[in-house]
Design a protein around this ligand. Structure first.
Ligand code: PBG
Ligand code: ZN
Length: 325
């Protein structure tokens, strides 16, 4: 069958017809809102590299979490900016740390909002790397023990899902076993299984002060040129017990997302990272793009590519838009 019998435009006639035949949908259920927690009280400071996002003290984070929850977004992911840093990142597993306190406060007020925590050391180490340093290199195996401690401290605070983002080998197994030994068999693991060494993280590193003090992250994060390696990374993390896997960054890696989803058929998330957000916001501010349409078009692309859900700084605002309709 071909033209003039087949006319694809018939199914594009009018919004109602388009709604009927639409292949993919975007709802508030597909979104996760990142929040940045800082020391102090009554702090709500706009992050200069992430306009529209805020550094929030625990009390303000609870307020923001309520807005997220009321918009219908099922989950937040917390990042902490600690009071102190040292060579091992020990403030990452401090039970009085920002993430731990925020988790307790948010779960007390909003028990049905899922709390995900980023498990990594780079925000907490004085050198800004995602693990402990030996001979100017991140030492894999000793780092695993520390990541286990971080995950357990988050579980003790009540998180639903821990999300290791460090890209050490074997960390999913190490975290699973640390959680299980501590009795947290129901705490899920969302692994940043496929995380590239990306320039798109720039604004985030400014926001949390985690830029490495020497060198870069190419020795542990993935080479942007590789896709087969991404499949292997996902396979390893699933074998080690990851409940869900993530691909990061987003738009530049949609091919990888699709391949991972098709290969494993497991719950697969995508992270639209800070640089992607910043690019949209900057172009919108210039008046060069239609901000709302660009945001929605980008998020539906993630769904079309196979994402089950998307971590995005636009989550709450988008959920509010979707509720309006
Ligand atoms: C921590 C971490 C990073 C991001 C999430 N977790 C930064 C990095 O790896 O340098 C980036 C998030 C973003 O850019 O929005 N390892
Ligand atoms: Zn890190």
């Amino acid at each position: 069958m071909s033209f003039p019998i087949e006319r694809p435009r018939r199914l594009r006639r009018g919004d109602t017809m388009r709604r009927l035949v639409r292949e993919t949908t975007l709802t508030a259920n597909d979104l996760v809102q990142p929040l940045f927690v800082v020391p102090g009280k009554g702090v709500r400071t706009e992050i200069s590299s992430l306009k529209g996002q805020f550094h929030l003290s625990v009390d303000e984070a609870v307020k923001q979490a309520r807005r997220v929850f009321e918009a219908g977004v099922p989950a937040i992911i917390l990042f902490g900016i600690p009071e102190y840093k040292d060579s091992t990142g020990s403030s990452a597993w401090d039970s009085e740390g920002e993430v731990q306190r925020a988790t307790r406060a948010i779960k007390r007020e909003l028990p049905d909002l899922l709390v995900i925590t980023d498990v990594c050391l780079c925000e907490y180490t004085s050198h800004g790397h995602c693990g402990v340093i030996k001979n100017q290199d991140v030492d894999n195996d000793p780092t695993l023990t520390l990541l286990g401690k971080v995950a357990v401290s988050h579980a003790e605070a009540g998180v639903d899902i821990v999300a290791p983002s460090d890209m050490m080998d074997g960390r999913v197994a190490a975290i699973r076993s640390a959680l299980d030994v501590a009795g947290f068999t129901q705490t899920a693991i969302l692994s940043y299984a496929v995380k590239y060494a990306s320039a798109y993280y720039g604004p985030f590193r400014d926001a949390v002060g985690s830029a490495p003090g020497f060198g870069d992250r190419h020795g542990y994060q993935m080479d942007p040129a590789n896709a087969l390696e991404a499949i292997r990374e996902a396979e390893l993390d699933l074998a080690e017990g990851a409940d869900m896997i993530m691909v990061k960054p987003g738009v530049a890696y949609l091919d990888v997302l699709t391949r991972i989803k098709e290969e494993f058929g497991r719950v697969t998330a995508a992270y639209q990272v800070s640089g992607e957000y910043a690019m949209i916001e900057a172009a919108a501010e210039k008046g060069w793009i239609d901000r709302k349409r660009i945001i929605l078009e980008t998020l539906i692309a993630f769904k079309r590519a196979g994402a089950d859900f998307i971590l995005t700084y636009h989550a709450t605002e988008v959920a509010e838009w979707l509720n309006e309709r």
